[in-house]
Each structure stands twice: as structure tokens, then as C-alpha cells.
Design a protein around this ligand. Sequence first.
Ligand code: NAP
Length: 203
Amino acid sequence: MRKVTRLGVMGGTFDPLHHGHLVTAEEALWQFHLDEVVFVPTGQPWMKADREVSPAEHRYLMTVIATASNPHFSVSRIEVDREGPTYAVDTLRELRQQRAGDVELFFITGADAMLEILQWKDPEEVLEQAHFIAATRPGYDIARFEKEAPTSHPRVSVMDIPALAISSSDIRRRVRDGEPIRYLVPEGVNTYIRKFHLYRGGG
Ligand code: NAP
């Protein structure tokens, strides 16, 4: 019998990657019986004109450092290396092509990002290419998500992740204000942020 690989695709800006993201990926691995989760840091996030995003190479390297010890996790440069705006539909197509043989894709991301899925490029194809797992923070207005997002679609699931009380924007603010981030991010990510003086300025 042919083996179908169940591949989690963890999409995010990861600016920086924190323990909430790692718990999300591990929980998806377990809940959806995935074989592997590949983290895909975004290239140029086209919907983020309102704030400066750290260079993709920094975000990619922090993701590699944070996931290195987990044999089920890997990191893809697919979006970092692709020129132009980042579209999930291109990533899903490319990952499917890269993996010869049968693969079932599970796109894991934050519920807020998922709310906008109908504005993404080729939303119908996106929803066909993968099962979608929307991760929510504690206190998240799930009623809004159920009203606005295509949760009635059989390929969208919601996963509540208490560890997502940690957020990248709060980590950036804490660094800027001189507050500690130890234990919010993996130690290697903390060291990387200090070494390259990330998040010191605005953003
Ligand atoms: P975002 O707006 O930066 O994040 C929205 C919320 O989701 C934030 O609270 C964020 O928390 C959380 N989040 C983001 N990624 C997560 C993850 N993997 N697991 C758990 N929580 C997560 O979203 P984004 O990073 O720009 O986009 C998320 C994904 O959607 C990316 O893969 C992106 O390429 C895709 N996307 C595609 C299109 C398109 O194809 N046109 C458009 C928009 C987004 P933190 O800040 O703490 O991470």
C-alpha cells in the first residue's frame, strides 16, 4: 500500500519565532497525526505595508536555531528565496512538487491570518491544496472567527493554544524597552537577537 505523508506546513513571519509557535507545531503534529512539520518563514509579506519586518535571512536563521533539536521539524527556504510577494498558493504548489509521491498538506497558521484567507491569492485553490489549521490565543474571539472565516469549509480546523499568549509583537516591544525575553523564546533565539541587535529601533 502507498504511504501518504502527512506534512504540516507552519507558515509565519516568525519575527521572532517563540515558544508559542513551537507548541503550536508540536500540538498540530500530535492532533493531526502528522509525519513532519516544515516551518516556512515568509519572504516579503505583501499585506504588512504598515510595519517594518526584519530581513528574511535573520528570521530564517532564528527559525533554524529554534527547531534544530526536534527530529520532526525542519525549515524551508522556499519563501525566503522566492522573489516578489509571498503567496501561500505558490508555496503549497512548490512543496507538493518537491515531495515526489503522495503528500497530504496541513497549513498551520494564526487564526488572525486565516481570517483573511479569502483575500489571499487564489483562495479556492489554496483551500483545495491543504487542510487549514488555525491556531488561537487564549481569550481569542472565536465567535468572530466562526462568523467571518470559512470554518464551515470541511478543510479548516481551529486549535486552541494557551502558549500563544506569547506573541512576536510583545517580544519585539520587550526588547525595545529593555525587558527580559528569556523563557519566552528559545535560548539560542535570545542570543541571536542580542548578537545582531534586532528590535532595538522602531517596529
Ligand atoms: P500575521 O499577520 O503576522 O499573524 C497573525 C497572527 O497569527 C498573529 O497573532 C501571529 O502571532 C499569529 N501567527 C502567525 N503565524 C503563526 C503560526 N504559524 N502559528 C501560530 N500563530 C501564528 O501573519 P503572517 O505571519 O503575516 O502570515 C501567516 C501565514 O499566512 C504566512 O505563512 C503567510 O505567508 C500566510 N499568508 C498568505 C497570504 C497569501 O497567500 N496571499 C496572505 C497573508 C498571509 P505572532 O506574531 O506571535 O506570530
